[in-house]
Design a protein around this ligand. Sequence first.
Ligand SMILES: [Ca+2]
Length: 488
Amino acid sequence: MIHKRPTMLPNLFDRKPTDMNGGHGMAMRMWPKRAACVCLLLVAAMPVSLRSICAGERQQAAPNIVVFLTDDQGYGDLGCFGSTSLQTPHIDQLCREGMKFTDFYVHQRCSPTRLAFMTGCHAHRAGSTKVIYAKDRIGIHDNEITTAELLHSAGYRTAIIGKWHLGEWEAFHPVHHGFDEFFGFLTDLEQGTGLYRDRTRVESVKHKTDGQYSSRLLDAAKDFVRTSKDGPFFLYYASPLPHTPWLPGERFKGTSSRGIYGDVIREIDWQVGELLETLKQQGIADNTLFVFASDNGPVLGINGGDAGPFRDGKWTDFEGGIRVPCIIRWPNVIAAGSTNSQITGIIDLLPTFCELAGAAVPTDRTIDGRSLVPYLKGIQLQQPIHDSFIVPGSVIRQGRWKLLTKRLKPGGKSGREGQRPAAAAGSLFDLQADPGETQDVSARHPDIVRDLRQRMQAAVTQLEATKRPIGRLPETVDQTSQGNRNRK
Ligand SMILES: [Ca+2]
């Protein structure tokens, strides 16, 4: 069983990232103590066969892992997911060479999805469904055992390049949560943020989506791959694109037929191609698990993203907000051009990566995710890995049926509600016949409504009994003088 320290180190709250005397060096001095402790516990809990992997065979057996997570990209914004107006040849190639997941779920906004990715749990269970900013004084809790920590403990070199968005204060910084390296942004604010290298703020940034930063993030990712080629490594490429404001690099301006948004999608697609090519140049592409997904649905009403066949977009639990495109490429294992239409989600990446790395999934807490490895290997299961998908207190999907247990409003500002109507609590949709959630069929299927309500109630009851807190700053930390992110 894995135990983490019961409380966060108080001294972390007394400092801000730029006060820590040189970023990387300090981070590396602090981090290995925790990593070594977790690793020892993990190894002790492993079967002998996995211990031998941890002891030396891992580099041949375990794949490198790259997660390319985009920001606010819609289900319908890829050629291989049905777009006829956007050209995404490199991502389409991922589809041809890997497995397409048609029913992959995330949360409706940035921070909860990233929290779910890092913890293998619904964000509700890990303590917060908020979008996290400095003023909130919250972030990922130190007691969480993150995807990055688990991979680090199994011998992976770990990096996050791009947007973190799980807390802007020192205690929540990614280098304290399993990442050896960080290059990117702690926050999402469009009015200005900072570019960090490890724990040092190296630049003030007006717009994190500016094309100049996109190319620099990509260059950092390519450098990380090249210097980690002897592996194994975990690269979490958390692209800030295509979040607003849309500011594509010069070479991509005017390259699409979908305006500036389309230009940004072209840039994302090019970056995917560049990363894949870098992996191929290093001779490691075939044994690298490459995941491509979006963190939530598109922002609607601004001539931007497209949710494809689904209703609504970001900020809602309609399918357009929470179902996103996902592709996984791993030529050594996955059948090229395959499709998986079972319920899956970003919560499944933690247990998937653990199985591949020979790390034990934490057993001292509830983990909502399940390993995708049987799906990746094409193993026929008697039961799918998930019986249902639940956004606690909001929606439950089982098979073709989706029940709303609360009223869902359209995403974004309420003024847009006229064009995109709300749906009443108790609405039942048949996603197989009606993926756009247009017809409430609850009156025709009272037994299904009753069953799904009971399942939701049971899930919420279980959640309330087992949910964990989000990390919070002690009241003694003075936001005006310590710990907050810097502004220009
Ligand atoms: Ca987002």
